[in-house]
Design a binder for this molecule. Structure first.
Ligand code: HAM
Length: 424
Protein backbone atom coordinates (compact mmCIF):
# COMPACT_ATOMS: atom_id res chain seq x y z
CA UNK A 1 0.00 0.00 0.00
CA UNK A 2 1.32 3.43 -0.85
CA UNK A 3 2.03 5.95 1.88
CA UNK A 4 -0.27 8.95 2.05
CA UNK A 5 0.26 12.41 3.54
CA UNK A 6 -0.80 13.35 7.06
CA UNK A 7 -4.38 14.46 7.72
CA UNK A 8 -4.68 18.25 7.70
CA UNK A 9 -1.26 18.71 6.08
CA UNK A 10 -1.61 19.60 2.43
CA UNK A 11 0.56 19.38 -0.63
CA UNK A 12 0.53 22.58 -2.62
CA UNK A 13 0.46 21.28 -6.16
CA UNK A 14 2.03 22.93 -9.22
CA UNK A 15 -1.33 24.18 -10.48
CA UNK A 16 -1.79 26.21 -7.25
CA UNK A 17 1.77 27.35 -6.75
CA UNK A 18 1.53 30.41 -9.01
CA UNK A 19 -1.25 31.75 -6.77
CA UNK A 20 0.85 31.12 -3.66
CA UNK A 21 3.89 32.78 -5.22
CA UNK A 22 1.77 35.77 -6.20
CA UNK A 23 0.47 36.13 -2.63
CA UNK A 24 4.02 35.88 -1.27
CA UNK A 25 5.58 38.24 -3.82
CA UNK A 26 2.93 40.88 -3.24
CA UNK A 27 3.60 40.67 0.50
CA UNK A 28 7.34 41.08 0.01
CA UNK A 29 6.84 44.01 -2.37
CA UNK A 30 4.26 45.86 -0.27
CA UNK A 31 5.83 45.20 3.14
CA UNK A 32 9.18 46.51 1.92
CA UNK A 33 7.51 49.76 0.80
CA UNK A 34 6.56 50.22 4.48
CA UNK A 35 10.13 49.52 5.60
CA UNK A 36 9.77 45.89 6.73
CA UNK A 37 12.69 43.44 6.55
CA UNK A 38 12.37 39.67 6.37
CA UNK A 39 13.38 37.47 9.28
CA UNK A 40 13.64 33.68 9.12
CA UNK A 41 13.37 31.66 12.30
CA UNK A 42 13.33 27.88 12.85
CA UNK A 43 10.18 25.82 12.59
CA UNK A 44 10.91 24.20 15.97
CA UNK A 45 11.39 26.00 19.28
CA UNK A 46 11.56 25.05 22.95
CA UNK A 47 8.03 24.28 24.15
CA UNK A 48 8.40 26.71 27.04
CA UNK A 49 8.54 29.65 24.60
CA UNK A 50 4.97 29.06 23.46
CA UNK A 51 3.64 28.28 26.94
CA UNK A 52 5.03 31.55 28.27
CA UNK A 53 3.93 33.75 25.38
CA UNK A 54 0.66 32.35 23.99
CA UNK A 55 -0.54 31.42 27.49
CA UNK A 56 -0.96 28.15 29.40
CA UNK A 57 -4.77 28.31 29.34
CA UNK A 58 -5.24 28.99 25.63
CA UNK A 59 -6.63 26.35 23.26
CA UNK A 60 -3.35 26.41 21.34
CA UNK A 61 -1.18 25.51 24.34
CA UNK A 62 -3.72 23.26 26.05
CA UNK A 63 -4.59 21.07 23.12
CA UNK A 64 -3.16 22.06 19.75
CA UNK A 65 0.63 21.96 19.98
CA UNK A 66 2.77 19.38 18.22
CA UNK A 67 5.22 18.82 21.06
CA UNK A 68 7.79 16.08 21.44
CA UNK A 69 10.98 15.37 23.34
CA UNK A 70 14.16 15.13 21.33
CA UNK A 71 16.90 12.54 21.89
CA UNK A 72 18.25 14.68 24.68
CA UNK A 73 14.90 14.85 26.51
CA UNK A 74 14.35 18.48 25.60
CA UNK A 75 10.69 19.38 25.02
CA UNK A 76 10.34 20.94 21.58
CA UNK A 77 7.30 22.20 19.67
CA UNK A 78 6.55 22.76 16.01
CA UNK A 79 5.73 26.47 16.01
CA UNK A 80 1.97 27.09 16.18
CA UNK A 81 2.50 30.77 15.28
CA UNK A 82 5.28 33.18 14.37
CA UNK A 83 5.20 36.03 16.89
CA UNK A 84 6.81 34.16 19.80
CA UNK A 85 9.74 32.79 17.73
CA UNK A 86 10.36 36.21 16.18
CA UNK A 87 10.38 37.84 19.65
CA UNK A 88 12.73 35.12 20.90
CA UNK A 89 15.11 35.86 18.02
CA UNK A 90 14.71 39.62 18.55
CA UNK A 91 15.75 39.29 22.19
CA UNK A 92 18.49 36.73 21.59
CA UNK A 93 20.18 38.81 18.89
CA UNK A 94 19.48 42.18 20.61
CA UNK A 95 17.94 43.62 17.48
CA UNK A 96 16.90 46.69 19.50
CA UNK A 97 20.60 47.68 19.55
CA UNK A 98 20.59 47.68 15.77
CA UNK A 99 17.68 50.08 15.55
CA UNK A 100 15.18 51.49 18.04
CA UNK A 101 12.36 50.60 15.67
CA UNK A 102 12.33 47.17 14.03
CA UNK A 103 9.85 46.18 11.35
CA UNK A 104 10.05 42.47 10.56
CA UNK A 105 8.08 40.07 8.39
CA UNK A 106 8.12 36.31 7.95
CA UNK A 107 6.53 33.62 5.82
CA UNK A 108 6.25 29.95 6.49
CA UNK A 109 4.46 26.92 7.85
CA UNK A 110 2.82 26.78 11.29
CA UNK A 111 1.38 23.72 13.03
CA UNK A 112 -1.71 23.28 15.17
CA UNK A 113 -3.47 20.05 16.01
CA UNK A 114 -6.94 21.34 15.13
CA UNK A 115 -9.86 19.47 13.58
CA UNK A 116 -9.24 19.89 9.85
CA UNK A 117 -11.96 21.45 7.72
CA UNK A 118 -12.15 23.94 4.86
CA UNK A 119 -9.75 26.75 5.72
CA UNK A 120 -8.46 25.01 8.86
CA UNK A 121 -5.47 22.71 8.65
CA UNK A 122 -2.82 21.15 10.88
CA UNK A 123 0.02 22.51 8.81
CA UNK A 124 -0.90 25.92 7.47
CA UNK A 125 1.09 28.91 6.29
CA UNK A 126 1.25 32.42 7.60
CA UNK A 127 2.60 35.67 6.23
CA UNK A 128 3.19 37.80 9.31
CA UNK A 129 4.58 41.20 10.18
CA UNK A 130 5.70 42.71 13.49
CA UNK A 131 6.70 46.25 14.50
CA UNK A 132 8.77 46.49 17.67
CA UNK A 133 9.70 49.66 19.53
CA UNK A 134 6.83 52.14 19.39
CA UNK A 135 3.38 52.25 20.98
CA UNK A 136 2.18 55.33 19.07
CA UNK A 137 -1.30 54.61 17.65
CA UNK A 138 -0.05 55.89 14.30
CA UNK A 139 1.98 52.68 14.11
CA UNK A 140 -1.18 50.64 14.72
CA UNK A 141 -2.93 52.62 11.97
CA UNK A 142 0.00 52.18 9.61
CA UNK A 143 0.07 48.41 10.17
CA UNK A 144 -3.65 48.24 9.42
CA UNK A 145 -3.25 50.51 6.39
CA UNK A 146 -0.54 48.17 5.09
CA UNK A 147 -2.81 45.17 5.62
CA UNK A 148 -5.62 46.89 3.77
CA UNK A 149 -3.18 47.90 0.99
CA UNK A 150 -2.19 44.24 0.66
CA UNK A 151 -5.77 43.04 0.27
CA UNK A 152 -6.40 45.72 -2.37
CA UNK A 153 -3.22 44.79 -4.23
CA UNK A 154 -3.97 41.06 -4.40
CA UNK A 155 -7.57 41.78 -5.37
CA UNK A 156 -9.38 40.26 -2.39
CA UNK A 157 -12.32 42.50 -1.59
CA UNK A 158 -14.68 40.17 0.29
CA UNK A 159 -13.12 41.09 3.64
CA UNK A 160 -13.71 43.68 6.32
CA UNK A 161 -11.56 44.95 9.13
CA UNK A 162 -12.79 44.69 12.72
CA UNK A 163 -10.93 46.33 15.56
CA UNK A 164 -11.11 46.24 19.35
CA UNK A 165 -9.05 47.14 22.38
CA UNK A 166 -8.34 44.61 25.11
CA UNK A 167 -6.91 47.16 27.53
CA UNK A 168 -3.73 46.71 29.52
CA UNK A 169 -2.63 45.11 32.80
CA UNK A 170 -4.02 48.20 34.55
CA UNK A 171 -7.59 48.02 33.27
CA UNK A 172 -8.11 44.44 32.08
CA UNK A 173 -8.24 42.76 35.54
CA UNK A 174 -11.17 45.02 36.52
CA UNK A 175 -13.02 44.11 33.33
CA UNK A 176 -12.19 40.43 33.75
CA UNK A 177 -13.73 40.46 37.23
CA UNK A 178 -16.89 42.19 35.94
CA UNK A 179 -17.18 39.55 33.24
CA UNK A 180 -16.67 36.71 35.74
CA UNK A 181 -19.43 38.20 37.93
CA UNK A 182 -21.71 38.45 34.91
CA UNK A 183 -20.97 34.90 33.74
CA UNK A 184 -21.33 33.41 37.21
CA UNK A 185 -25.08 34.12 36.95
CA UNK A 186 -25.32 32.26 33.64
CA UNK A 187 -23.07 29.22 33.99
CA UNK A 188 -25.96 26.82 33.24
CA UNK A 189 -26.37 28.30 29.75
CA UNK A 190 -22.70 27.94 28.81
CA UNK A 191 -21.20 25.02 26.88
CA UNK A 192 -18.78 22.65 28.64
CA UNK A 193 -15.77 24.35 27.12
CA UNK A 194 -16.90 27.78 28.29
CA UNK A 195 -17.70 26.57 31.81
CA UNK A 196 -14.07 25.49 31.95
CA UNK A 197 -12.84 28.72 30.33
CA UNK A 198 -14.90 30.77 32.77
CA UNK A 199 -12.40 29.99 35.52
CA UNK A 200 -9.21 30.26 33.49
CA UNK A 201 -9.78 32.51 30.48
CA UNK A 202 -13.23 34.13 30.82
CA UNK A 203 -12.78 36.56 27.89
CA UNK A 204 -12.75 33.60 25.51
CA UNK A 205 -16.39 32.91 26.39
CA UNK A 206 -17.30 36.02 24.35
CA UNK A 207 -15.74 34.37 21.32
CA UNK A 208 -17.64 31.07 21.57
CA UNK A 209 -19.74 30.20 18.52
CA UNK A 210 -22.24 28.00 20.47
CA UNK A 211 -25.78 29.46 20.36
CA UNK A 212 -26.28 29.06 24.14
CA UNK A 213 -23.08 30.98 24.89
CA UNK A 214 -23.92 33.65 22.31
CA UNK A 215 -27.34 34.24 23.87
CA UNK A 216 -26.07 34.15 27.43
CA UNK A 217 -23.41 36.77 26.72
CA UNK A 218 -25.52 39.14 24.61
CA UNK A 219 -25.73 41.66 27.44
CA UNK A 220 -22.19 41.00 28.73
CA UNK A 221 -20.22 44.06 29.83
CA UNK A 222 -18.09 45.50 27.02
CA UNK A 223 -14.34 45.71 27.38
CA UNK A 224 -14.50 49.13 25.76
CA UNK A 225 -16.49 50.54 28.71
CA UNK A 226 -13.72 49.49 31.08
CA UNK A 227 -10.59 50.88 29.43
CA UNK A 228 -8.33 53.10 31.52
CA UNK A 229 -7.86 56.67 30.23
CA UNK A 230 -4.57 55.74 28.51
CA UNK A 231 -6.04 52.76 26.63
CA UNK A 232 -9.16 54.71 25.81
CA UNK A 233 -7.13 57.58 24.38
CA UNK A 234 -4.95 55.13 22.39
CA UNK A 235 -8.03 53.47 20.92
CA UNK A 236 -9.72 56.73 19.94
CA UNK A 237 -6.54 58.06 18.36
CA UNK A 238 -6.20 54.83 16.39
CA UNK A 239 -9.73 55.35 15.05
CA UNK A 240 -8.94 58.96 14.10
CA UNK A 241 -5.83 57.86 12.21
CA UNK A 242 -7.69 55.07 10.40
CA UNK A 243 -10.26 57.63 9.29
CA UNK A 244 -7.51 60.02 8.14
CA UNK A 245 -5.88 57.22 6.14
CA UNK A 246 -9.30 56.16 4.78
CA UNK A 247 -8.98 52.61 6.05
CA UNK A 248 -12.52 51.29 6.51
CA UNK A 249 -13.16 49.44 9.80
CA UNK A 250 -15.82 48.54 12.31
CA UNK A 251 -15.54 48.04 16.06
CA UNK A 252 -16.21 44.58 17.47
CA UNK A 253 -16.04 44.68 21.29
CA UNK A 254 -16.53 40.88 21.45
CA UNK A 255 -13.32 40.13 19.57
CA UNK A 256 -11.00 38.67 22.19
CA UNK A 257 -8.39 36.65 20.21
CA UNK A 258 -7.07 33.21 21.14
CA UNK A 259 -3.61 34.20 22.35
CA UNK A 260 -2.92 35.78 25.74
CA UNK A 261 -0.19 38.26 24.86
CA UNK A 262 -2.41 41.02 23.49
CA UNK A 263 -2.79 44.47 25.01
CA UNK A 264 -4.74 47.47 23.66
CA UNK A 265 -5.39 47.16 19.90
CA UNK A 266 -6.58 43.85 18.46
CA UNK A 267 -7.99 43.29 15.01
CA UNK A 268 -9.16 40.74 12.48
CA UNK A 269 -9.73 40.84 8.74
CA UNK A 270 -12.88 38.76 8.42
CA UNK A 271 -14.81 37.24 5.54
CA UNK A 272 -18.16 35.56 5.18
CA UNK A 273 -16.90 33.42 2.31
CA UNK A 274 -15.10 30.66 4.23
CA UNK A 275 -17.78 29.33 6.55
CA UNK A 276 -16.73 29.05 10.18
CA UNK A 277 -13.12 30.05 9.43
CA UNK A 278 -13.89 33.74 9.10
CA UNK A 279 -10.51 35.30 9.99
CA UNK A 280 -8.17 35.70 7.05
CA UNK A 281 -5.72 37.84 9.00
CA UNK A 282 -5.50 38.73 12.65
CA UNK A 283 -3.25 40.42 15.13
CA UNK A 284 -2.79 43.14 17.68
CA UNK A 285 -0.53 44.91 20.09
CA UNK A 286 1.57 42.99 22.64
CA UNK A 287 3.29 45.63 24.74
CA UNK A 288 4.33 43.36 27.61
CA UNK A 289 5.43 40.27 25.69
CA UNK A 290 9.09 41.07 25.06
CA UNK A 291 9.74 41.92 28.72
CA UNK A 292 7.80 38.84 29.78
CA UNK A 293 10.14 36.71 27.65
CA UNK A 294 13.17 38.24 29.38
CA UNK A 295 13.91 41.01 26.87
CA UNK A 296 13.81 44.80 27.11
CA UNK A 297 10.49 46.44 27.94
CA UNK A 298 9.54 47.32 24.37
CA UNK A 299 6.08 47.52 22.84
CA UNK A 300 5.10 45.62 19.71
CA UNK A 301 2.26 45.14 17.27
CA UNK A 302 1.75 42.76 14.38
CA UNK A 303 -0.49 40.42 12.45
CA UNK A 304 -0.46 37.19 10.51
CA UNK A 305 -2.47 36.24 7.44
CA UNK A 306 -3.44 32.64 6.69
CA UNK A 307 -2.12 31.90 3.20
CA UNK A 308 -4.50 28.93 2.60
CA UNK A 309 -7.43 31.23 3.38
CA UNK A 310 -6.06 33.95 1.09
CA UNK A 311 -5.65 31.37 -1.69
CA UNK A 312 -9.19 30.06 -1.14
CA UNK A 313 -10.57 33.60 -1.42
CA UNK A 314 -8.54 34.38 -4.51
CA UNK A 315 -9.16 30.95 -6.11
CA UNK A 316 -6.39 28.33 -5.88
CA UNK A 317 -5.84 28.48 -9.64
CA UNK A 318 -6.49 32.23 -10.01
CA UNK A 319 -2.99 32.83 -11.28
CA UNK A 320 -1.84 30.63 -14.16
CA UNK A 321 1.59 28.98 -14.13
CA UNK A 322 3.97 30.70 -16.55
CA UNK A 323 3.70 29.31 -20.07
CA UNK A 324 6.41 29.09 -22.76
CA UNK A 325 7.33 32.10 -24.85
CA UNK A 326 8.20 29.78 -27.72
CA UNK A 327 7.58 26.17 -28.68
CA UNK A 328 9.83 24.86 -31.44
CA UNK A 329 8.16 22.16 -33.53
CA UNK A 330 11.10 20.40 -35.19
CA UNK A 331 10.67 18.01 -38.11
CA UNK A 332 13.45 15.52 -38.77
CA UNK A 333 16.70 14.71 -37.05
CA UNK A 334 18.77 17.69 -38.20
CA UNK A 335 16.07 20.16 -37.20
CA UNK A 336 15.60 18.49 -33.79
CA UNK A 337 19.37 18.66 -33.17
CA UNK A 338 19.44 22.39 -34.01
CA UNK A 339 16.24 23.11 -32.05
CA UNK A 340 17.79 21.49 -28.98
CA UNK A 341 20.75 23.92 -29.13
CA UNK A 342 18.55 26.99 -29.74
CA UNK A 343 16.27 25.94 -26.90
CA UNK A 344 19.24 26.11 -24.55
CA UNK A 345 20.35 29.50 -25.91
CA UNK A 346 16.85 30.92 -25.49
CA UNK A 347 16.66 29.60 -21.93
CA UNK A 348 20.08 31.10 -21.09
CA UNK A 349 18.72 34.41 -22.41
CA UNK A 350 15.81 34.14 -19.95
CA UNK A 351 13.12 33.11 -22.42
CA UNK A 352 10.88 30.20 -21.58
CA UNK A 353 11.20 27.79 -24.49
CA UNK A 354 10.16 24.19 -25.06
CA UNK A 355 10.20 21.51 -27.73
CA UNK A 356 9.18 17.90 -28.30
CA UNK A 357 11.64 15.14 -27.40
CA UNK A 358 9.80 12.08 -28.64
CA UNK A 359 9.70 12.57 -32.43
CA UNK A 360 5.97 13.29 -32.61
CA UNK A 361 4.14 14.40 -35.77
CA UNK A 362 3.81 18.11 -36.54
CA UNK A 363 0.14 17.96 -35.59
CA UNK A 364 0.90 16.37 -32.21
CA UNK A 365 3.67 18.90 -31.56
CA UNK A 366 1.31 21.81 -32.30
CA UNK A 367 -1.29 20.27 -29.95
CA UNK A 368 1.35 20.17 -27.24
CA UNK A 369 2.31 23.82 -27.90
CA UNK A 370 -1.37 24.70 -27.53
CA UNK A 371 -1.75 22.70 -24.32
CA UNK A 372 1.28 24.42 -22.80
CA UNK A 373 -0.19 27.81 -23.76
CA UNK A 374 2.92 28.79 -25.70
CA UNK A 375 2.80 32.40 -26.95
CA UNK A 376 4.68 31.67 -30.18
CA UNK A 377 5.55 28.58 -32.18
CA UNK A 378 8.20 28.02 -34.79
CA UNK A 379 8.11 25.16 -37.29
CA UNK A 380 11.63 24.02 -38.12
CA UNK A 381 12.27 21.61 -40.99
CA UNK A 382 15.01 21.00 -43.56
CA UNK A 383 13.83 23.94 -45.75
CA UNK A 384 13.99 26.41 -42.85
CA UNK A 385 17.42 25.16 -41.83
CA UNK A 386 18.67 25.59 -45.40
CA UNK A 387 17.22 29.09 -45.92
CA UNK A 388 17.95 30.35 -42.40
CA UNK A 389 14.40 31.70 -42.23
CA UNK A 390 11.22 30.43 -40.58
CA UNK A 391 7.68 31.57 -39.77
CA UNK A 392 7.03 32.70 -36.21
CA UNK A 393 3.40 32.07 -35.36
CA UNK A 394 1.63 34.15 -32.73
CA UNK A 395 -0.76 31.70 -31.11
CA UNK A 396 -3.24 34.29 -29.82
CA UNK A 397 -4.37 35.30 -33.32
CA UNK A 398 -2.52 32.95 -35.68
CA UNK A 399 -0.54 35.79 -37.28
CA UNK A 400 2.70 34.58 -38.92
CA UNK A 401 5.81 36.63 -39.52
CA UNK A 402 9.19 35.69 -41.02
CA UNK A 403 12.09 35.43 -38.64
CA UNK A 404 15.87 35.22 -39.24
CA UNK A 405 17.00 32.10 -37.40
CA UNK A 406 20.43 33.50 -36.59
CA UNK A 407 18.63 36.30 -34.71
CA UNK A 408 16.07 34.10 -33.02
CA UNK A 409 16.52 35.50 -29.50
CA UNK A 410 16.32 39.21 -30.43
CA UNK A 411 13.50 38.77 -32.91
CA UNK A 412 11.47 36.62 -30.51
CA UNK A 413 11.98 39.25 -27.82
CA UNK A 414 10.72 41.97 -30.19
CA UNK A 415 7.70 39.84 -31.11
CA UNK A 416 6.93 39.23 -27.40
CA UNK A 417 7.17 42.98 -26.70
CA UNK A 418 4.86 43.77 -29.61
CA UNK A 419 2.35 41.14 -28.43
CA UNK A 420 2.47 42.52 -24.87
CA UNK A 421 1.93 46.07 -26.15
CA UNK A 422 -1.09 44.85 -28.11
CA UNK A 423 -2.26 42.91 -24.99
CA UNK A 424 -2.15 39.62 -26.87
P1 HAM B 1 -3.94 33.74 14.85
O1 HAM B 1 -5.26 34.49 14.90
O2 HAM B 1 -3.84 32.56 15.71
O3 HAM B 1 -2.83 34.81 15.21
O4 HAM B 1 -3.63 33.34 13.36
C1 HAM B 1 -3.55 34.29 12.33
C2 HAM B 1 -4.18 33.76 11.06
O5 HAM B 1 -3.61 32.50 10.70
C3 HAM B 1 -5.67 33.46 11.17
O6 HAM B 1 -6.44 34.62 11.01
C4 HAM B 1 -5.87 32.47 10.03
O7 HAM B 1 -6.01 33.18 8.80
C5 HAM B 1 -4.57 31.71 10.03
N1 HAM B 1 -4.75 30.42 10.74
C6 HAM B 1 -4.69 30.20 12.06
N2 HAM B 1 -4.89 28.89 12.33
C7 HAM B 1 -5.09 28.27 11.14
C8 HAM B 1 -5.34 26.91 10.74
N3 HAM B 1 -5.41 25.92 11.62
N4 HAM B 1 -5.49 26.65 9.41
C9 HAM B 1 -5.41 27.64 8.50
N5 HAM B 1 -5.15 28.93 8.82
C10 HAM B 1 -5.01 29.25 10.13
C11 HAM B 1 -1.51 34.52 15.26
O8 HAM B 1 -1.01 33.50 14.89
C12 HAM B 1 -0.68 35.69 15.77
N6 HAM B 1 0.73 35.26 15.83
C13 HAM B 1 -0.84 36.90 14.87
C14 HAM B 1 -0.04 38.07 15.34
C15 HAM B 1 1.12 38.49 14.84
N7 HAM B 1 -0.36 38.84 16.36
C16 HAM B 1 0.59 39.75 16.49
N8 HAM B 1 1.49 39.53 15.59
Amino acid sequence: MSITGIKGMNDILPQSVATWQFLEQQARAIFSVYGFEEIRVPVVEKTELFCRSIGETTDIVEKEMYSFTDRNDLSLTLRPEGTAPVMRAFIEHRLHNRDALNKLYYLGPMFRYERPQKGRYRQFHQIGAEVIGLDDPRIDAQVLAMLSHYFDAVGISAVSLQINSLGCPKCRPGYRQQLIDFLSQRLDSLCDDCRRRYGSNPLRVLDCKATGCRQATEQAPSVLDHLCPECNDHFSRLQQHLTELQVPYSINPRMVRGLDYYTKTTFEMVTGALGAQNAVAAGGRYDGLIAQLGGPDLPGIGFAMGVERLALLLGEDAIASPSPDLFIAALGEAAARQAFIWLHQLQRAGLQADMDFSGKSLKAQMRRADKLGSRFTLVLGDDELASGQAQLKRMADGQQSPIELDQLTTQLRAALDAAAAASL
